[in-house]
Design a protein around this ligand. Structure first.
Ligand code: NAP
Length: 283
């Protein structure tokens, strides 16, 4: 298959390139190609003539999106509209990577694929608008929602926690405080990439929730990162979201349940096993 990946230098983009290496790949990323430029993107996609396009590019800085919602909409919604139009022009199906932040987090059970999106912050709204364009412009699409992605080389929560723990131990930082009332599914990008590779092979178009299996609070995630990383002695102070001054308001309880992909035999390892694999020292 010929597969075009947007955002191919991001955390997930790099993992996808590895998981799909037996295919013929092309793609784009900043600064060479900006997905908000529809004509440049259209020309790049058309010249490659893909069998499928995976759209993983996004402005993922949620606090940046909260400070600049217009820019969030331009990249995550208009950029996605441009990718969908390029798919239509090439008669190729599209896989759009979306987020648990399309939900409001007021649930008491993990969200199912068919639950109605109701975003509560600019990042979530821009990604939900992207979903809307995909649904309305294409007949053949896969929307894959995920959450709390991490991989080596990326800017992510496990790396930040280990860095902060080191600073506490070295006396450069007084405490490490982490919120207890934001709940989601930690997801190792290479596991997600393998699941996406399996999903593409099925051509079973629709909406999917693909995350590490199980869920936890940011606080529980941090404790597990420190335990596996050898910083169990570093204390973690529990914090509430309302005490944590940040630009974006994340959905408090927004884990995703994998029902649709599981029915096809596609599921990711537990978040604890994936984290242990990620943090295991290289031998
Ligand atoms: N990270 C998470 O926790 C998370 C959770 C749920 C869903 N997702 C979704 O999963 C997908 C992949 O996320 P990720 O963690 O791999 O993100 P990432 O590491 O930030 O990668 C995204 C890539 O897209 C590029 N990009 C940004 N704006 C662009 C533009 N206008 N034109 C072309 N490329 C652009 C970025 O370049 P720069 O680095 O130069 O900006 C980056 O290389 C995204 O769709 C995201 O919304 C992520």
């Amino acid at each position: 298959m010929r597969i075009y990946i947007t955002g191919n230098r991001g955390q997930l983009g790099r993992a996808l390139a590895k998981a799909l290496e037996r295919h013929t790949l092309s793609g784009c990323d900043l600064p060479e190609l900006d997905i908000t430029d529809g004509s440049e993107l259209g020309a790049s996609v058309a010249s490659f003539a893909p069998d499928v396009i995976i759209h993983a590019a996004a402005w993922t800085d949620v606090d940046g999106c909260a400070r600049n919602p217009e820019m969030a909409y331009r990249v995550n919604a208009v950029g996605t509209q441009n990718v969908a139009l390029a798919c239509a022009a090439s008669d190729a199906p599209m896989l759009y990577v979306s987020t648990n932040e399309v939900f409001d987090g007021a649930a008491t059970e993990p969200y199912r694929e068919w639950d109605a999106p109701h975003p509560i912050n600019p990042y979530g709204r821009s990604k939900a608008a992207g979903e809307w364009f995909v649904r309305h412009l294409l007949n053949r699409f896969l929307i894959v929602r995920t959450s709390w992605l991490y991989a080596s080389g990326g800017r992510n929560f496990p790396h930040r926690m280990l860095e902060f723990a080191r600073e506490v131990r070295d006396g450069q930082r007084e405490t490490l405080s982490v919120v207890t009332d934001e709940v989601g599914n930690p997801t190792f990008a290479p596991d997600l990439a393998s699941a996406i590779a399996a999903l593409i092979d099925t051509s079973a178009y629709g909406v999917y929730h693909l995350t590490g299996t199980g869920y936890c609070s940011r606080y529980e995630f941090a404790r597990e990162i420190l335990r596996i990383g050898g910083y169990e002695d570093v204390p973690v102070a529990p914090l509430r979201l309302r005490e944590f001054g940040r630009a974006s308001s994340p959905p408090p309880f927004a884990p995703l349940a994998n029902t649709a992909a599981a029915s096809l035999g596609i599921a990711l390892p537990t978040w604890q096993d994936a984290l242990a694999q990620f943090l295991r020292p290289a031998s």
